[in-house]
Design a protein around this ligand. Structure first.
Ligand SMILES: *[C@@H]1O[C@H](CO)[C@@H](O)[C@H](O)[C@H]1NC(C)=O
Ligand SMILES: *[C@@H]1O[C@H](CO)[C@@H](O)[C@H](O)[C@H]1NC(C)=O
Ligand SMILES: [Mg+2]
Length: 260
């Protein structure tokens, strides 16, 4: 039934195209409808539409992945699509970085978020008691995972990191992780392959308020120190909005949680 509807849809689309372009002989490539886990409604919710709305910041302040999308998000995160989506972002960032004339005064800076940008918490999120974010955030459980210090690098972002360093940029990590975890974070970043950063900024006890405010304040401090934030990459919109966001921002996908 879905298949038939799909073909009817294409027939209508072709009719619309051919009437609007009547003057030119239309060369239209035929598309075959494809059905996968995304795009299919589960209990009334289309999980691909949900993920797209999340990535575009149209859905905000959501607390958990909808239960009916747990499988979809899990398959996305563990499958090839997530990796490919990140690679496209990283490649665009590399291209942009290469287009910049680095001043050579050590003040051209690239800001990296850590969690789900530079390091992946997927080993934690894939656990059955976490379910890719379909279960409400458990601070105790998550902090135990952070304390292990074993989060792997996200390979495409590690390559971006090394590329911007080799191009002469300085790098700064700005993370919402508490600075009580500074030592373990340094070990974790190193064992994942990240070295030679200019700044590692973690959240202090007195950093209350939103992530947008916290990250904006820290970036503003960097700018006041004379740094020029040329690039900024993160998985949350709160990494990329606010003040002094940088000349260009890059958003990597994260359908597992929302931080405002
Ligand atoms: C949160 O995680 C801790 C550590 O894994 C666990 O002992 C606790 O039961 C969890 N809390 C809830 C509400 O699931
Ligand atoms: C970054 O933006 C500032 C302010 O708009 C501009 O002056 C500067 O030339 C830009 N730098 C780069 C590398 O594009
Ligand atoms: Mg993050």
């Amino acid at each position: 039934m879905e298949l038939i509807i799909g073909f009817v849809y294409i027939a209508i689309a072709l009719t619309l195209l051919s009437t609007s372009n009547a003057a030119e002989p239309a060369q239209i490539r035929l598309l075959r409808p494809r059905f996968g886990s995304g795009g299919r409604r589960v209990e009334g919710l289309d999980c691909l539409s949900w993920r797209l709305a999340v990535e575009t910041n149209n859905l905000r302040s959501w607390k958990v992945v909808p239960q009916s999308c747990e499988d979809y998000v899990g398959n996305y995160m563990l499958g090839r699509q997530y990796r490919r989506d990140i690679e496209v972002v990283a490649e665009a960032a590399v291209e942009y970085a290469k287009s910049i004339q680095v001043a050579g005064d050590g003040k051209d800076l690239w800001v990296f978020d850590i969690d789900e940008t530079s390091l992946s918490n997927l080993p934690y999120y894939a656990r059955s008691d976490v379910q890719f974010g379909a279960i409400e955030y458990n601070e105790t459980g998550f902090n135990q995972w952070v304390a292990e210090g074993t989060a792997p690098a996200i390979p495409a972002i590690l390559r971006l990191y090394k590329t911007v360093l080799s191009l002469g940029f300085k790098t700064a990590f700005i993370s919402g992780t508490l600075d009580a975890y500074t030592d373990i974070k340094i070990l974790n970043l190193n064992q994942a392959g990240y070295y030679n950063w200019e700044k590692l900024i973690l959240k202090g006890e007195n950093d209350h308020g939103s992530s947008v405010d916290y990250k904006s304040q820290r970036r503003t401090e960097l700018v006041n120190e004379g740094y020029r934030i040329v690039g900024n990459i993160g998985d949350q919109w709160s990494d990329l909005i606010g003040t002094n966001v940088g000349n260009r921002t890059f958003k990597v996908p994260d359908p597992m949680y929302y931080i405002g």
